[in-house]
Design a protein around this ligand. Structure first.
Ligand code: GAR
Length: 194
């Protein structure tokens, strides 16, 4: 029998996508195992969830490191120790260097709240509204050195309503994110046979 793929999830705050992925990976039919969470924020809400689930969560505060390389070396150490195969960034609000992303080429994926390549970066919901966009959504993609760039695994779309605020739109997209990320993992699993 093949070994389960060992998954790490990176998050920075609430961690709702991390929690959805955790539930997905806990299903016996899924050949992946959530072996490590990493957050760069000591006050991240998602840490409590990891404690409750008994998932090791490494708190690696980027502010403790003078350089991005130093911060990432500490992450790499934790990833190596946990023998991680696949990294899922889920609301991880820290840019990763080209070195790190290249080392994890096609083994690091990300979820972003827009229909990439549109609206890379922050405040996507407010920017869609300001532009009078009629459609919005989320993307799961392989990470590349450029921010919010890389081959798309899947996208999900929502209509933008006339009365939407950034908050209502964000809530509608987040619901879809919670469906999209587990689906993306299923696709990768089918492709790579885990
Ligand atoms: C999610 O909407 C995620 O797509 C976004 O941060 C939020 C995290 O929510 N990520 C990015 O903007 C990355 N570019 P969560 O902590 O509840 O999963």
């Amino acid at each position: 029998m093949t070994q389960p793929v060992r998954v790490a999830i990176l998050f920075s705050a609430r961690g709702s996508n991390m929690q959805r992925l955790a539930h997905h990976l806990a299903k016996p039919s899924v050949g992946g195992e959530f072996v490590l969470a990493i957050t760069n924020r000591p006050a991240a809400g998602g840490i409590e969830f990891c404690k409750a689930q008994g998932v090791p969560c490494a708190v690696i505060d980027h502010e403790d490191y003078e350089t991005r390389a130093g911060f990432e070396a500490e992450m790499q150490k934790a990833l190596d120790k946990a023998q991680v195969d696949l990294i899922c960034a889920a609301g991880f609000m820290r840019l990763l260097t080209a070195d790190f992303v290249t080392r994890w080429h096609d083994r690091i994926i990300n979820i972003h709240p827009s229909l990439l390549p549109a609206y890379k970066g922050l405040n996507t919901h407010a920017r869609v509204l300001a532009d009078g966009g009629k459609e919005h959504g989320c993307s799961v993609h392989y990470m590349r050195a450029e921010m919010d760039d890389g081959p798309i695994i899947l996208q999900k779309r929502v209509p933008v309503h006339g009365k939407d605020t950034a908050d209502t739109l964000s809530a509608r997209v987040l619901k879809l994110e919670h469906i999209a990320y587990p689906e993306a993992i299923k696709q990768i699993a089918l492709k790579s046979g885990f």
